[in-house]
Design a protein around this ligand. Structure first.
Ligand SMILES: *Cc1c(COP(=O)(O)O)cnc(C)c1O
Length: 377
């Protein structure tokens, strides 16, 4: 099966009991035990496993071409679990990219999980810098996020994997912004591909879910699977059901997100109130060639800097009418956000930067909305 077909069929079948084409939602928390003590259908208690979660995990495994998938109650639950799943015999050093999802920095800077690791940050668009960091002291884990959030940097996944393999480090790719439609980290050699399913895969800003897909079997996957039910940060059947509904239209939605984003990036790039546009589809983006090689299209996320100061940027975010001023990305609605005021003191986002998640509205409406907002500064 090709991607679009798997998005609709993988992990699902016509319900054998009722003939229902859409997988029913199973809310039962517990399952009947047979006289001999076994569970004939393989389910015992829904924290351990349940039909909707299993369907979703099978579907995501197929889409990422992995070995297995473990899902969690949010992207952050998936992230904290994979970091803690690092086997004890691996060095405690984690190498992070210098631009990445802010929640990971909060987790590592403000909780005990972070204190158990030695965290260093490098510019992963510079392979020399990464090589030096990986060779100077053994690292257990190298984290990749590409395109990154919010500065839309591109990391060459295969090149980082190459360095990580030599250093004996595990590689995790946060594939949320690219989605499995545009980028397949496991085929580029990464050990794990991770998603905030909350974003593009769910696709409608109405569920919270995280997932990790493993390239192969091993102790980290075993830890993840055990922790999923032992720690209990599991997704609800309803959220799994919604994610399975959303994922069916993921390829179709991504093609609109990508084509509209290109139009908006070109428009902003020519606008005299705009200082810089960060979208990998623009030929002058420093990661354009790598993105063109490792992604099938350039995604629906971008950032731009307005000419002027932070107040001007905030004014644009306050003046748009169709874009919603909100955090998150990957939904049907377009979002605009001034990341520096959301991230506060720890932010690395420039204070004139606005992040856009291009939704599925008419692209001309989106362009005119930005046009009228930029005219106000
Ligand atoms: C939103 C997001 C997360 C966190 O996911 P939640 O589902 O909100 O917990 C992690 N990584 C990226 C890139 C994200 O955009």
């Amino acid at each position: 099966m090709r991607f679009e077909t798997k998005a609709i069929h993988a992990g699902r079948q016509v319900d054998p009991v009722t003939g229902a084409v859409t997988t029913p939602m199973h809310l039962s928390t517990t399952y009947e035990r047979s006289a001999d003590g076994s569970y004939t259908d393989g389910f015992m208690y829904s924290r351990g496993d349940n039909p909707n979660r299993r369907s979703l995990e099978e579907c995501l495994t197929a889409l990422e071409e992995g070995y297995d998938c473990v899902s969690f109650s949010s992207g952050m639950a998936a992230i904290s679990s994979i970091i803690e799943a690092l086997p004890k015999d691996k060095p405690r050093r984690i190498i992070l990219p210098d631009d990445m999802y802010f929640g990971v920095l909060t987790l590592l800077n403000e909780t005990d999980i972070g204190r158990r690791f030695d965290i260093i940050t490098v510019d992963m668009s510079n392979m020399e810098e990464l090589k030096e960091a990986a060779e100077s002291e053994a690292a257990g884990l190298i984290w990749i996020e590409t395109p990154s959030n919010p500065q839309i940097k591109i990391v060459d996944i295969a090149a980082v994997v190459n360095i990580a393999k030599k250093a004996g480090a595990v590689t995790v790719v946060d594939n949320t912004t690219a989605t499995p439609v545009l980028q397949n980290p496991l085929s580029l050699g990464a050990d794990f591909s991770l998603h905030s399913v909350t974003k593009y895969i769910g696709g409608h800003s109405d569920l919270l879910l995280g997932a990790v897909v493993a390239k192969e079997d091993g102790p980290m996957l075993h830890n993840l699977r055990t922790w999923q039910h032992a720690k209990g940060a599991v997704p609800s059947s309803f959220d799994c059901w919604l994610a399975l509904r959303g994922v069916q239209t993921l390829p179709a939605r991504m093609s609109v997100h990508c084509s509209s984003a290109k139009i908006i990036a070109d428009f902003l790039n020519q606008h005299d109130k705009v200082e810089a546009v960060y979208h990998p589809g623009l030929p002058e983006h420093p990661g354009h060639d790598v993105a063109a090689a490792q992604m099938s299209d350039f995604g629906g996320l971008m950032s731009f800097k307005v000419k002027g100061n932070a107040e001007d940027a905030i004014k644009v975010a306050n003046t748009v009418k169709i874009f919603t001023q909100a955090t998150s990305l990957g939904g049907t609605h377009s979002y605009i956000e001034h990341r520096a005021s959301v991230e506060k003191e720890l932010t690395k986002a420039p204070d004139t930067l606005l992040r856009l998640s291009i939704g599925l509205e008419n692209v001309q409406d989106l362009q005119e909305d930005l046009e009228q907002a930029l005219a106000e500064i």
